[in-house]
Design a protein around this ligand. Structure first.
Ligand SMILES: [Zn+2]
Length: 424
């Protein structure tokens, strides 16, 4: 059996970062002593080390003895970790180190260290020391990044821009110079109309040229919306001067009250709902792949924790599809005395209860008290990890669509499409 090798899933990277941010946002130090370090890919590790050494000498000035000790500990922890790293990963590296209070009493702090492979590139080097970790650059990475091209076509004025997440950028505006009010003396009406038409065509081609330059280079272009008052926008589309690859990306052509730059806002207002739809269309498509296997009875569909986990462990999963509503943890239990092992699950709200029950249990096989929790992780994390090592795709899907809701309620939030039929 050959695996495609370790495969990184964007959905999974986002999920992990989200979970970690939830966890870190509750961490607060007694003083300015929690350190956040953001390292871009191209930053030399020796520079980072020098920066930290410099911070060590700076922190000698901290008046409170305890705070000084905590800051120095945190920096030393980071320096120690950096020694083990050879190269900064492709997206850079984010590290958090700080003295986290274990109760309300100063002096109970324990150093906690978190190392994150960020889901997107770290752009700016940051060293930040405060009573909380600096989380917003990571939070920023989780915001939606789909990019939509925006083209507003008016007969006199046009504009081109794009929408990325919540950010709108107007890249260029164009003026046609067509007035069309007064016919020069001596011109026939027909000739006049022809000149106007030619002028319009030239105008559209000029826009198409710019649009092609701009949009063909965009990596994450999810589609293009075109708007404008009157029939100009249709003329622009029908002119076919726009690159065919971009013409394929046109999601809709809508009527708005303005041409030019003012039209960009109006266009966004008009397409808001459709953009939401695009995200869900992808999720629907993924779920429909699975449902097709079910209805064809192809033997390539698996569902439920047990069946899917088994298939994953055999390396038989091509695509793992999980509901983002899943809040189940999987606990690995092991007896240190006789080696007995067991897997259990618990929903998030009952996790603490389950954990304390297990602490009181003795081993079902040898009755010793050495029955312990070996590992605890969310189902998404657990299955995602196996998927990554066996080269399966991971899709984490919302429950906003009918298909997504069906994934959760009918199939328990865990399904998979298999590479080949399984005979267990
Ligand atoms: Zn035992």
């Amino acid at each position: 059996m050959s695996f495609a090798g370790k495969k990184k899933s964007a959905d999974l990277a986002f999920y992990r970062t989200k979970m970690l941010l939830d966890h870190l946002s509750s961490k607060k130090g007694f003083h300015t002593e929690l350190i956040s370090l953001y390292i871009p890919h191209d930053r030399k590790l020796s520079d980072v080390t020098n920066h930290l050494k410099n911070e060590i000498s700076e922190s000698q000035n901290i008046k409170s003895k305890l705070t000084r000790k905590n800051v120095l500990d945190s920096i030393s922890t980071l320096l120690g970790q950096l020694k083990n790293i050879k190269d900064v990963p492709e997206n850079g590296l984010v590290m958090f180190s700080g003295a986290i209070p274990q109760s309300n009493t100063p002096g109970t702090e324990k150093n906690e260290l978190y190392i994150v492979n960020p889901p997107e590139r770290v752009k700016t080097f940051r060293y930040h020391c405060a009573s909380e970790f600096l989380l917003w650059p990571l939070e920023e990475m989780l915001k939606p990044k789909e990019t939509y091209g925006l083209i507003v076509i008016g007969r006199k004025e046009s504009a081109v821009g794009y929408l990325r997440g919540n950010h709108v950028e107007v890249v260029r505006d164009f003026t046609s110079g067509i007035h069309g009010k007064h016919r020069a003396g001596g011109q026939s009406q027909k000739r006049f109309e022809r000149l106007i038409e030619e002028g319009e065509k030239r105008f559209y081609r000029r826009i198409s040229e710019e649009v092609s330059k701009l949009f063909l280079e965009m990596e994450e272009l999810s589609g293009i919306f075109i708007g404008g008052p009157g029939p100009s926008k249709e003329k622009f589309v029908n002119d076919e001067s726009l690159d065919y690859r971009l013409r394929d990306q046109i999601l809709d052509v809508v009527d708005i009250g303005y041409g030019g730059v003012e039209g960009i806002r109006a266009l966004i207002d008009k397409i808001k709902d459709k953009i939401e739809d695009v995200k869900y269309i992808r999720e629907k498509q993924v779920m429909n792949l699975f449902l097709k296997e079910i209805s064809n009875d192809s033997g390539l569909a698996a569902y439920g924790l047990e069946e899917v986990q088994k298939a994953l462990n055999y390396g038989a999963v091509d695509k793992l599809i999980l509901s983002e509503k899943l809040d189940t943890y999987q606990l690995s239990l092991k007896c240190n005395n006789c080696g007995y092992e067991e897997l259990r699950t618990a929903r998030e709200q009952e996790l603490n209860n389950t954990l304390s029950t297990i602490q009181e249990e003795s081993c079902p096989q040898c009755s010793s008290n050495s029955f312990n929790i070996l590992e605890q992780s969310t189902i998404i994390e657990k299955l995602g990890e196996i998927a990554e090592t066996t080269g399966a795709d991971v899709e984490i899907i919302s429950s906003e669509t009918e298909e997504g809701e069906m994934l959760y309620s009918t199939f328990g939030g865990i399904v998979a499409i298999l590479r080949y039929k399984q005979n267990y």
